[in-house]
Design a protein around this ligand. Structure first.
Ligand code: NDP
Length: 253
């Protein structure tokens, strides 16, 4: 598949150390975009940057923690110094932790809220000036948020995770009303089961086993399937905004 017009773009992908973020960074780079890889695990980012470079692409590894304002500020400075303005931002950094709310796991709640909601907001705050400036000069500018089907469907014991994703979906919708009139596109992508490291962080063995069972039963998307949609949507003509995409494995209800 050829995606048009990505070769001139400068993208920043959060959560690029693994899963959907890593696959998206690889695909955008393969299409000629310069790509900033952002996550906490420096070694993973360096490996991916080297792999992209070996394939003929351009990538910059920037270690940062989206839950830490100073870390995001420092990352934005590094990106500006190395690449100038970013015109395509993908918010893929996220965590999914599962437990009944009655367990009262405030540590997990805080981590999910800080990463999935406030973390996305920190990235939006840091790079919105780039997006609006590029659009104002006639360029194409995109903000892509990776939400989840969990924003719409209640999954028992995933209440807080689902709530963070519902917040991101709502935020995306609302931001379209602010950014659309400024020619910045906002796309909210809501995947179903995708085979990544995400489910490996659940510390409740029973729930973890249940989830593995569901993955086995209905199958899963590959990270590359979601990356493909991101490349597709961001390579449409400037006046076309695919605002919301729900993508599920075919057998997932
Ligand atoms: P992964 O766990 O593979 O990727 C999550 C990425 O986020 C990792 O690269 C991780 O890197 C990064 N990350 C986590 N915390 C932080 C932080 N504080 N600062 C910076 N980066 C961070 O899972 P996925 O690829 O599946 O997840 C990507 C997105 O897709 C998430 O938002 C998730 O909620 C969403 N999603 C996933 C689905 C699935 O079934 N997999 C379904 C629906 C939505 P590091 O640890 O190095 O920081």
């Amino acid at each position: 598949m050829t995606y048009y017009a990505l070769a001139q773009r400068t993208a920043l992908v959060t959560g690029a150390a693994s899963g959907i973020g890593a696959a998206t960074a690889r695909l955008l780079a393969a299409q000629g975009a310069r790509v900033v890889l952002l996550a906490r695990r420096a070694e993973r980012l360096d490996e991916l940057a080297a792999r992209i470079g070996a394939d003929g692409g351009r990538a910059l590894a920037v270690t940062a923690d989206v839950t830490d304002q100073a870390s995001v500020d420092a990352a934005a400075e590094r990106v500006a110094a190395a690449y100038g303005r970013v015109d395509l931002v993908v918010n893929s950094a996220g965590v999914m932790l599962a437990n009944p709310v009655t367990e009262g796991r405030t540590d997990e709640w805080q981590r999910m809220l800080d990463t999935n909601v406030a973390g996305a907001l920190r990235i939006i705050r840091a790079f919105t000036p780039d997006l609006t400036a590029v659009a104002e000069e006639g360029g194409t500018a995109d903000l892509v948020n990776i939400s989840s089907i969990g924003a719409h469907i209640p999954f028992t014991n995933y209440a807080v995770y689902g709530a963070t994703k519902a917040a991101l979906t709502y935020l995306s919708e609302c931001l379209r009303t602010e950014f659309g009139p400024r020619d910045v596109r906002v796309t909210n992508i809501e995947p179903g089961f995708t085979d990544t490291e995400l489910r490996g962080h659940i510390d409740n063995e029973e729930l973890s086993g249940q989830l593995e069972g569901m993955f086995g039963e209905v199958g899963s998307l590959a990270s590359e399937d979601v990356a493909d949609l991101i490349a597709y949507t961001t390579s449409r003509p400037r006046h076309v905004n695919l605002r919301q995409l729900i993508v599920l494995p075919t057998r997932q209800a």
